[in-house]
Design a protein around this ligand. Structure first.
Ligand code: URA
Length: 240
């Protein structure tokens, strides 16, 4: 909600009062005098008028989790444990997953209560590279590299996948960088060559890398730098 609206919604202030308080610099957001009524107030902002606290601002929370296989990327599931079961945090109902991984996939998951932040990370136009380590049943052929770079046609969605980068590491393992997240995308891309994915592990999302100190099931808070790179995400048009 805009700051001017937030102020004038209070029973003790009308629109004129709100405008005057703003113009005189009486309103502080997160400790900073703010005169722009168009400022979008979020639930995490602390808002004060003179010495009166109007909104305390709840803490924004950001975590990275090393998802083990066998956990569902959901907040609740009738059959399987969920990734949220791995968190020992209060108010877990406020948290949501920023992107998903299949039941059998392991690796980096981001979890937060900041919807604005996670939307920026997952918006298709952000085109944030996601890096996966892949092991397959059959040898990975050199022709996959060009096919993945050109894009593969997915009949169900009637679309061609965006250019993806495949680095073949060994006969049956590779690193794949995608800038989108279609349903079962990695498995379907290898499935195009009738090559089954046996192991799939997400190593990074944009500049945020899974911390090698985290064993499967562990998690930690994101650092200020990691949070900031999510917020300053720019549209990246090409796979690096
Ligand atoms: N692609 C898949 O096939 N599965 C995942 O979990 C992520 C990407």
């Amino acid at each position: 909600m805009r700051l001017d609206r937030f102020l004038s919604n209070r029973p003790d202030l009308n629109r004129q009062d709100a405008r005057l308080h703003l113009a005189h610099g009486h309103v502080r957001v997160n400790g900073v005098p703010t005169m722009d009524g168009r400022y979008e107030i979020r639930e995490f902002d602390r808002v004060e008028l003179h010495e009166t606290l109007l909104q305390a601002g709840k803490p924004a929370r950001y975590f990275m989790l090393h998802k083990p296989p066998g956990y569902v990327s959901a907040t609740q599931h009738p059959e399987h444990p969920t990734v949220l079961d791995l968190l020992n945090e209060p108010d877990k109902g406020d948290l949501h997953l920023s992107g998903r991984l299949d039941l059998t996939t392991s690796g980096l998951m981001l979890i937060t209560n900041d919807g604005h932040w996670s939307r920026r990370l997952t918006l298709p136009k952000t085109k944030l590279p996601k890096v996966y380590y892949v092991e397959t049943a059959d040898p990975i052929q050199p022709e996959y590299v060009q096919a993945f770079a050109d894009g593969l046609y997915f009949k169900f969605e009637n679309l061609t996948t965006l250019p993806a980068r495949l680095d073949i590491l060994d006969e049956r393992c590779a690193r794949l960088t995608l800038i989108e997240g279609r349903y079962h995308q990695v498995k379907r891309m290898f499935g195009h060559f009738r090559n089954q994915v046996m192991r799939l592990h997400r190593e990074s999302i944009g500049p945020i890398r899974l911390d090698s100190a985290l064993t499967p099931g562990d998690y930690r808070q994101l650092t200020a730098d990691e949070i900031a790179c999510g917020l300053s995400t720019q549209t990246i048009n090409a796979v690096p």
